[in-house]
Design a binder for this molecule. Structure first.
Ligand code: PGA
Length: 237
């Protein structure tokens, strides 16, 4: 799977031109790779209307609550009604800037999975956590929270995104990323099932670009990418 996370970027003209100029020209076999793009919610229907080529459209977030008196929110039911099949949950910007807890992320993941969506659940450690040797603990804590809510992991994709690598140009080396992905796979085997460990896709995210993607994807436990900045450029190819 390759996902593009547009974050809070783009305007209406971009939501029309990027599908036409980039997404619709991608050459890939949809039986072998899922391509997913997550524009802002405001631009979802424009991107949907202009995207062909088996590219899935995703939300970057969803509401913890359903329909009702929740000003500023959008519910999972509304997302499904729009024909959207994929969503991110737990991106580090949601966790750090908007104070989403591990439990919030887990409940959102469960709401989306229960609605039949495929979820790219984001996890990852801060720089000081990596430097103090806590990477595995932090990832496991975030994964355990999701495990408490979700039994069925068949539509969960894990996006491992070390926070120090997001938007910084400091990509994890293939060895560092592989080591952490292997730990995540071990966690899946021990806490979900052997089948989940074999089938759940673990994406790497954090300063992925056309310059480093090839050496990262060569690693055994890296099953794709979640791309931020480079997903807004023709280099998303
Ligand atoms: P980046 O962002 O590729 O710009 O580092 C990745 C992400 O936040 O998903």
């Amino acid at each position: 799977m390759v996902g593009g996370n547009w974050k809070c970027n783009g305007n209406l003209a971009f939501a029309k031109s990027f599908p036409a100029e980039v997404l619709n020209t991608l050459k890939f076999d949809p039986k072998k790779v899922d391509v997913v793009v997550a524009p802002t919610a405001l631009h979802l229907s424009t991107v949907q209307a202009n995207t062909k080529n088996n590219v899935h459209v995703a939300t970057q977030n969803l509401s913890l609550t359903g329909d009702g008196a929740y000003t500023g929110e959008f519910s999972v039911g509304m997302i499904r009604d729009m024909g959207v099949t994929h969503t991110l949950t737990g991106h580090s910007e949601r966790r750090t800037l908007y104070h989403e807890t591990d439990k919030d992320v887990a409940i959102k993941t469960k709401l989306a999975v229960d609605s039949g969506m495929t979820v790219l659940a984001c996890i990852g450690e801060l720089l000081e956590e990596r430097e103090s040797g806590k990477t595995k603990d932090v990832n496991n804590r975030q994964l355990n929270a999701i495990r408490e809510q979700c039994d069925d992991w068949s539509n969960i994709v894990i996006a491992y995104e070390p926070v120090w690598a997001i938007g910084t140009g400091k990509v994890a080396t293939p060895q560092v990323a592989q080591e952490t992905h292997a730990e995540i796979r071990e966690w899946l085997a021990a806490n979900v099932s052997k089948e989940a460990a074999a089938t759940v896709r673990i994406l790497y995210g954090g300063s992925v670009s056309d310059a480093n993607a090839a050496e990262l994807i060569a690693m055994e436990d890296i099953d794709g990418f979640l791309v931020g900045g480079a997903s807004l450029k023709p280099a998303f190819h």
